[in-house]
Design a protein around this ligand. Sequence first.
Ligand code: SIN
Ligand code: CO
Length: 383
Amino acid sequence: MDLQNFDIDQFLREYWQKKPLLIRNAFRDWQNPLEPNELAGLACEEEIESRLICQTDAGWEMEQGPLAEERLSGLHESHWTLLVQAVDHHVPAVADLIAPFRFIPNWRIDDVMVSLAADQGGVGPHFDQYDVFLIQGLGRRRWQIGGHCDADTLLLEHADLKLLSQFEVTEEWVLEPGDVLYVPPGIAHNGVAVGSDCMTYSVGFRAPSRADLLGHYVDDVLDGIPDDELYRDPGLTAQANAGEILPEALARLQQMVLESLSDPAHFARWFGTFNSTPKYPDMDWRPEVPVEADEVREAIAASVPLSRNPASRLAFVTTDADALMLFADGVCFDCHGETAALAKDLCAADSVVLDVEMAGNAAAIDLLTQLCNNGCIAFDSED
Ligand code: SIN
Ligand code: CO
């Protein structure tokens, strides 16, 4: 499924992380991949994150899921929105909505949130930290766009919701099924359903914060540092005021910190592992009985398609002409030659049929067996 009425290079140059873009009729033959009642069903499930937001005379109210069926069937005619997180992990047809946006690297892609709103329903004017493509799936929604926001932007006092206390609309559109609105981080926006059964699919992105990078990387570096590496000053000379910490001492101290953090190979291995750690580890594809190498060999020889767990995070970093580090759900695998080529194929497509020759490659079989047993991939069953 490719996007139409859309130029990838122009989008990346002029809009990505910069300004909103409306793409009318973005899909050739738009089909809403999920029914409203199916989404409501997901919101009742224990392991799926969901929220219900209602606008009442008393103000905005938020209820955390899982929601009771009676709660959902007893809702008013208007002014509510149901939001379900990471629906792509559970519904393959929703996972397929990410494919047209894979011109952005996988490691930046988060998941697909789906909302269902009654007439006038919305989550209120707000801004997000992350880029998002808002796909109008069913029904119509009026989107209003405002200015740039940041940590200093004034918010309404609310225990659960971060709503803007002021929202000046700069642009406004009513989206129809198949229309897409891109909103970059920090831009105020407000979507209000026009009529009932309004479904919006948010293909969301992620970006690590400086605080997260530093905090987690330092923890990792600390694991490998011996306790006996102390500051030394063999060239010490007498100083006029014993109370001063001299610039040369500070420089050596700071150098001790910086040189521990500056190894690119260590950083690459750590970042890939950190970034591929799943957000929702509940989507468990691990087989009840561990898969044996022989079964993997037989499945390859029989050309059984291999699928990626939609909740799994896979990425690779090239280390040499024919070598790479494959990161799969927080585990790093060093791969060479044909196994490296196989790792690239697994990262590039949701489903692959392997070359039958691969059944004779011990390193590849070992990698696939471990990935199956970690629940990152599975050979498709016949039913
Ligand atoms: C929605 O789908 O109603 C909300 C999405 C958003 O504004 O981020
Ligand atoms: Co938003």
